[in-house]
Design a binder for this molecule. Structure first.
Ligand code: BGC
Length: 727
């Protein structure tokens, strides 16, 4: 691989000042215009592509380009104008050490983003963003490639664990807060992957098809809300095509929707190896990322040739450059960050709090919380003696303490890169021993089902840890737990009636053994302090409050699609246009909306999650006007403190049956305590998209408070007048 000549680098971390306070946006605009006006065209073009400082050649170990920060994307600085190095790091679940090339460099590994989504807690999203932003800044990086807000449309998607579930409001609000948190540390956040990057199979070529209205009301709405709230400095366009055009070459998505309708002022960067031509620039792509991964460094000589030939305007060139500079200035990311020590203990607490809030208690027939009495507890399976599972791909963090284990795998023939399962060193067995000192806790790997069942029969309680690893680049072929774990759980539950299952999965799974076990918790990929958080929920020092951000189907045929289109095709396969086409039959009705429209009874619905206490809500009062305001009281009628997650669903919009999460909130309540909660509905959730934009139709709107998307009540209605919203 050949690198183009670089400008003199001001290497990040070699000096400078700490993160500056974010600038006033108007000031950032002015500064960007002033700097850009002083630039030569060569300098302008210099900012339009980031380099991959890692040389990856098939069959050889990855090598580094000396003198550059080891990150997936770097643009060297322009000293004479005070433009710093742009050093871009992955991101969604912590600061990633790519291929572990930064020797010995670790970072706090957050749980899967699904855990964050399950917390239904915007403040936690902000705190986790601020934590990652802080670590990135302290390591010398000023752009973070996250968060991801693609909606779950298929529970087999290998990257769902990096995203925030199936609902546009929840994903949008939490994604926006995570982004705001990142930027509070003076680090640019890049929201990704824009848009409809909702399966990994054929991700680099597939052509996602969806009507505009459905797209605007679902995936685009998640981005729209996240971008409004988070004001991310960058947006990363996706690999796939949308409506026949690559997402990074998509005038509709980039110029019309993002920069036009939404007035987005930051820059659009491509995903890595997502650019196939210099012409993408005019379609709205501002920067080619990790450019050496593409067939050509399109945004260097080929783009210069387009400019020289008059096919790229001076105005467009200036616009792209100003967007990049503006974001650096607006976020305060224009100062080379100083490498500073990181307080990993404090950051580990953020990871633990996120996991504790994101664990979902799916079923509990009286066995949890575990009593703090002398009893024998057998822990089975899931590597629980070593640590907790992490998802794979570019979001995989090398955790503090290093990996507890890597279950190796070869270069996967589908994604053509090494894959291995990383175990984060937060062992549930150790944490359980600390949480329940009076208990006798032992471990069985579960390798031999019969032997595990024999041991299980002798214990008072059995906790089976079941894992399903997922990774970027690969979708799951089905929704089952792999490797005989269903049989293991069945055998253990038969031997011991007090069996608890802890799931570490990046997606919903089927549970053929559900009736035979006493309790189930979904812990997702639990992160740096996952073992501790799981032990706290099992032992009851934390009262679980997570709610599912994703529907758990009862069977695979409840999904909108049958077998995954093109499952098993290699990344980059050359297929016909028809074979590449991926249709999403559910349209705007992703997840629970599809289940409601087809009256499918899921295994566990969106929004479901139990607590060790109980809540009761009073009548629902609604007020109309420009939008709907809901108020009601909630009382903790149980014996212990707990967190209540309010879910307000729209059930009928001017005569049209729908189901939409219209607002949500979270309250902490002491036993017996009652509080009033008011929620305001984002008017876009009341509206439909027609060819002129959002329209709220005149008529009656029926709402319900829900324990979940399936357990609804009390109900109330409100009348609204017709109203058109700005796109
Ligand atoms: C992923 C992005 C990631 C980028 C850089 C791509 O393969 O899709 O999410 O940010 O690599 O590592």
């Amino acid at each position: 691989m050949k690198l183009v000549p670089l400008f003199a680098a001001i290497l990040i971390g070699t000096g400078g000042v700490a993160a500056a306070a974010p600038a006033d946006p108007a000031d950032a605009d002015r500064r960007a215009a002033a700097t850009e006006a002083q630039m030569t065209d060569a300098e302008r073009f210099h900012l339009l592509h980031s380099h991959l400082p890692i040389i990856i050649e098939p069959g050889k170990p990855a090598r580094l380009i000396p003198g550059l920060p080891v990150v997936p994307g770097v643009v060297t600085g322009i000293e004479r104008l005070g433009i710093p190095v742009i050093a871009e790091s992955d991101a969604s679940l912590g600061v990633v050490n790519p291929f572990q090339l930064r020797e010995g460099d670790v970072a706090t590994a957050l749980p899967a983003s699904l855990a964050l989504a399950a917390s239904f807690d915007p403040a936690l999203a902000y705190a986790s963003g601020a934590m990652i932003g802080g670590e990135a800044h302290a390591k010398g990086f000023n752009v973070l490639l996250g968060p991801g807000v693609n909606l779950t449309r298929d529970p087999r998607n290998g990257r769902n664990f990096e995203y925030l579930g199936e609902d546009p409001l929840l994903s949008g609000i939490l994604g926006g807060e995570a982004s705001r948190g990142i930027q509070s540390a003076g680090v640019v956040s890049s929201i990704k992957h824009f848009a409809l990057n909702d399966q990994e199979t054929l991700r680099r070529t597939l052509d996602a098809r969806m009507e505009e209205a459905a797209l605007r009301e679902s995936d685009l709405l998640a981005f729209e809300i996240a971008i409004e709230r988070g004001q991310p400095g960058a947006v990363m366009c996706a690999y796939n095509q949308v409506g026949g055009f690559y997402a990074c070459d998509n005038d509709f998505l980039l110029n019309q929707v993002l920069k036009g309708d939404w007035g987005y002022k930051g820059w659009v960067m491509s995903d890595w190896a997502a650019v196939h031509d210099a012409s993408y620039f005019n379609a709205g792509l501002d920067q080619q990322s990790g450019a050496e991964l593409d067939r050509k460094v399109w945004f260097d000589e080929p783009l210069k040739a387009e400019y020289a030939a008059g096919r790229v305007s001076k105005e467009r060139l200036s616009d792209a450059v100003r967007r990049i500079l503006r974001s650096l200035y607006a976020v305060g990311a224009d100062h080379p960050p100083v490498q500073t020590p990181i307080d990993y203990d404090a950051d580990g607490k953020v990871a633990q709090a996120e996991e504790a809030a994101g664990i979902v208690l799916l079923k509990n027939e009286g066995v949890l919380p575990l009593a703090a009495k002398p009893q024998s507890i057998l822990v089975v399976g899931g590597y629980a003696i070593a640590g907790v599972m992490a998802g794979g791909g570019s979001s995989q963090v090398t955790p503090v303490g290093g990996e507890a284990a890597i279950i190796p795998n070869d270069v996967h023939w589908l994604v053509k890169r090494p894959v291995g399962q990383l175990i984060v060193p937060s062992a549930p067995v150790r944490a359980l021993k600390a949480a329940l000192p009076a208990a006798k806790i032992s471990y069985d790997s579960g390798y031999d089902t019969d032997e595990a069942a024999v041991h299980a029969a002798r214990a008072d309680v059995v906790i089976v840890f079941a894992t399903k690893w997922q990774t970027e680049g690969l979708d799951a072929g089905n929704l089952s737990l792999p490797g005989g774990q269903d049989e293991l759980i069945q055998a253990v539950a038969k031997a011991n009636p007090n069996t608890v299952v802890v799931l570490e999965t990046g997606n919903p799974v089927l549970m053929p053994w559900l009736a035979g076990v006493k309790a189930v918790i979904e812990a997702w990929y639990p992160g740096q302090k996952g073992g501790e958080a799981i032990a706290a929920v099992l032992s009851g020092t934390v009262n679980p409050s997570g709610r599912l951000p994703i529907t758990f189907p009862a069977s695979e045929d409840q999904n909108p699609r049958g077998p995954l289109p093109a499952l098993g095709q290699e990344d980059g396969s050359q297929l016909s246009a028809e074979e590449n086409m991926v249709r999403y039959p559910e349209g705007a009705d992703a997840g629970y909306r599809w289940f409601a429209a087809h009256d499918h009874q899921p295994l566990f619905p969106f929004g479901h999650g139990l607590s060790y206490t109980r809540f009761e809500h009073g009548a629902l009062a609604l007020r109309g006007g420009d939008t709907v305001k809901a108020s009601f009281s909630v009382r903790n009628i149980g014996e212990r403190e707990g967190q209540y997650v309010a879910q307000l669903y729209l059930l009928n919009a001017a005569g049209q049956p729908v189901e939409r999460l219209a607002a949500f909130g979270k309250l902490d309540l002491q036993p017996g305590e009652s509080r009033k909660l008011s929620l305001e509905v984002d008017p876009r959730l009341l509206a439909d998209w027609d060819q002129h934009g959002w329209l709220i139709k005149a008529g009656e709107y029926r709402f319900a408070l829900g324990e979940s998307a399936r357990h609804l009540g009390p109900v109330a209605t409100v009348k609204l007048g017709e109203r058109r919203l700005q796109p």
